[in-house]
Design a binder for this molecule. Sequence first.
Ligand SMILES: NC(=O)c1ccc[n+]([C@@H]2O[C@H](COP(=O)([O-])OP(=O)(O)OC[C@H]3O[C@@H](n4cnc5c(N)ncnc54)[C@H](OP(=O)(O)O)[C@@H]3O)[C@@H](O)[C@H]2O)c1
Length: 323
Amino acid sequence: MSTLYRYGVWFAKGMREYTKGGYEKAKGGFKSLEGCKVDGRSYMITGANSGIGKEVALAIAKHGGTVHIVCRNETRGEEALNDIKTQSKNEDVYLHILDISQPTKVYEFIDRFQKENKPLNVLINNAGCMTNKRTVNSDDLEVNFATNTLGTYILTTGFIDYLKNYEQPQVITVTSGGMLLVKLDYNDLQFEHMKPFDGAMAYSHNKRQQVVMTDYWSKTHKEIQFTTMHPGWADTPAVQTSMADFHKKMEGRLRSPEEGADTLVWLSLSPNARNKERSGEFYQDRVAVKKHLPLAWTQNNESDEKQLMEKLKEIAGNIKSKI
Ligand SMILES: NC(=O)c1ccc[n+]([C@@H]2O[C@H](COP(=O)([O-])OP(=O)(O)OC[C@H]3O[C@@H](n4cnc5c(N)ncnc54)[C@H](OP(=O)(O)O)[C@@H]3O)[C@@H](O)[C@H]2O)c1
């Protein structure tokens, strides 16, 4: 299937399923989450000051969970913290300032959190970005890769053993249906050879890498339920700023942030969604769906999966060894 044909099939699917209309159709079968109490469960959510991350943090707080929101900007983080506490009337909400694209800071954060013995049942990797101009950060890492792939890798591997100490541990990663457009690429993780650089394509690769990492962890750490999900197309600051043309074109057809967060909220709250025997699945509108488009030739094998994990281990290990 050519890239153009793959994109056409994907976009048609998106118009049917990822839009507000798609959500309206899907939600007919949804059960109310009203009675799902999560008192005593502790959640960490990255990028929780806006959009989907803030919606899930608020829903969990409303249902009695302890919530650790991880945000990179102090002002935006404080605002979200106060808002979540006020709306949920739950005081068990805590703010941590962290830029997940800075590996050294991520390692320090993991260490601090664990030394304080704070309980943690669920890690939600939600923070994400689409930077349209190739940008390298102070650690010499391309920013999309550093945030979406390496940030998710370091945070998750840093918490895997810790999570096993707590009841029914889960790792949920907010990926994107955009990953359906690409086959795993582990040879150009920082897009040095992507000419011209294409932010949307880089993002799709990062999101595919998140799904492949999740596949790997689901097989190697059976005590934890690993899940990925696609929110659909939701009207959030990331879409408004990084995909301005798409945002304009889709006016009136995008999901609200709350609708985009629905499946993430369900995965976080519902006892029906909590099942480590179903680890590694990719969800859309509360249903486990395929990770590849038909005839798209995007499948990878286990050896590709291992290669990706080895490369990430090497990059992360080199950084860690200098701390
Ligand atoms: N909205 C959609 O249609 C859609 C579709 C598919 C997938 N997604 C995924 O959904 C997730 C949430 O995005 P959203 O749409 O809800 O957009 P959003 O409201 O802009 O949220 C993105 C969050 O990630 C944070 N973030 C970005 N880079 C970070 C970093 N280096 N360190 C820490 N936090 C960082 C942002 O913080 P700042 O406020 O400081 O920027 C913000 O809180 C992302 O993973 C995105 O890829 C969204």
